[in-house]
Design a protein around this ligand. Structure first.
Ligand SMILES: Nc1ncnc2c1ncn2[C@@H]1O[C@H](COP(=O)(O)OP(=O)(O)O)[C@@H](O)[C@H]1O
Ligand SMILES: O=P(O)(O)OC[C@H]1O[C@](O)(COP(=O)(O)O)[C@@H](O)[C@@H]1O
Ligand SMILES: [Mg+2]
Length: 329
């Protein structure tokens, strides 16, 4: 390993929380201490950095956290940090606090903040923590697996009552601009329709007409329910339900699952991958690296230049989408 190139590291969680962010934080703390570093916890994302809401972390702070959802460091969105002044102040606080390496656990937005800090001379490593799976340079993001399983269980329950009443149900899942949760939940629950922003051209009347025709075809075949999984990025679930019911005469209900998808005890996969990523981030800092994102590709944990990683575009796999539609026909 050699002599670490940093002495004190900081860790923060930023943006929407994600189950198993705690496992990543815990690994940063425990591996950091094991490598002989001081570890500081910055609370409430970049807000805490600007307000110097910073505490010294010991192993004890992370006790009993691996099985808990949410983030023990709290999280926030911070508009001030999007400004050059805010970023300059953030770098100054790091220097004042003796933080010469920072681990940012968050999504694409948080990574842009990390990029700015790296440009200002703070060694920064990003760990992908978002339920949306919308970071192109990694096949895995912390929390996606748990969120999908949580949503899947909820959808199974909605399907039971939907079948009893012979209704059509629209379930809206999270994903601001990304349809991965919808695609996975749709496939996992055998949904009849899966609506994702990546394949939506913005023409809502056309989309609704396709759903209406599909629903009527299925009714003619004797299907007793029709489940539509709609990504938040497509949205408008309540209006869609009203219009489908008016056009078909089939009772239609919309459910927006909302923030329940972001909470809860993380799955084993999320706990293990998040732990590995936390450890990997610390070892990158120890090796003197900065402006890197920890990722997972082709069965291995890896790291990639943050500028390169953020410039990549993520695409939904066409084959998976095609099969999901075929299976729900
Ligand atoms: N372009 C940017 N420059 C600097 N900081 C940013 C930028 N975009 C986002 N951030 C910081 O990261 C925070 C979280 O970003 P957000 O997009 O809300 O969540 P996520 O990181 O989960 O994608 C923002 O509130 C802001 O403090
Ligand atoms: O908690 P909020 O502020 O309502 O944000 C909701 C958004 O956060 C997410 O859960 C996660 O998004 P980020 O990872 O980009 O923060 C989105 O799916 C959702 O649109
Ligand atoms: Mg994001």
């Amino acid at each position: 390993m050699g002599t670490p190139k940093v002495r004190t590291i900081g860790v923060l969680t930023s943006g929407g929380d994600a189950p198993a962010m705690n496992a990543a934080t815990r690994a940063v703390v425990r591996v950091g201490l094991e490598r002989g570093l001081n570890v500081k916890g910055i609370r409430k994302g970049y807000n805490g950095l600007l307000n110097e809401d910073i505490i010294d972390l010991t192993s004890r702070h992370t006790a009993d956290s691996i099985s808990r959802g949410g983030t023990i460091l709290f999280t926030a969105r911070c508009d001030e940090f999007k400004t050059p002044e805010g970023q300059k102040r953030g770098a100054e606080v790091c220097r004042e606090q003796g933080i010469d390496g920072l681990v940012v656990i968050g999504g694409d937005g948080s990574f842009q903040g990390a990029q700015r800090l790296a440009e200002l001379g703070i060694n920064t490593i990003g760990i992908p923590g978002t339920i949306d799976l919308d970071i192109a340079c990694t096949e895995y993001t912390i929390g996606f697996d748990t969120a999908v399983n949580t949503a899947m269980e909820a959808i199974d329950k909605i399907r039971d009552t939907s079948t009893s009443h012979e209704r059509c149900s629209i379930v809206e899942v999270m994903g601001r601009g990304a349809g991965y949760i919808a695609l996975w939940c749709g496939m996992a629950t055998g949904a009849e329709d899966i609506l994702i922003p990546e394949s939506f051209d913005g023409n809502m009347p056309k989309l609704e007409q396709q759903i209406i025709e599909h629903l009527l075809r299925n009714r003619a075949l004797g299907k007793t329910h029709h489940m539509i999984i709609n990504a938040e990025g497509v949205g408008h679930s309540y209006g869609m339900a009203k219009r489908i019911e008016a056009a078909t005469g089939i009772e239609t209900r919309a459910t927006i699952l909302g923030h329940m998808q972001r909470g809860g005890s993380p799955t084993a996969k999320d706990r293990v991958y998040a732990s590995m990523m936390g450890a990997y981030a610390v070892d990158l800092l120890c090796a003197g690296k900065s402006n890197r994102i920890v990722g997972y590709q082709n069965g291995k944990f890896m790291d990639i230049d943050m500028d390169e990683g953020l410039a990549m575009e993520k695409h939904v796999d066409d084959y998976q989408l095609q099969i999901a539609h075929l299976l729900g026909k």
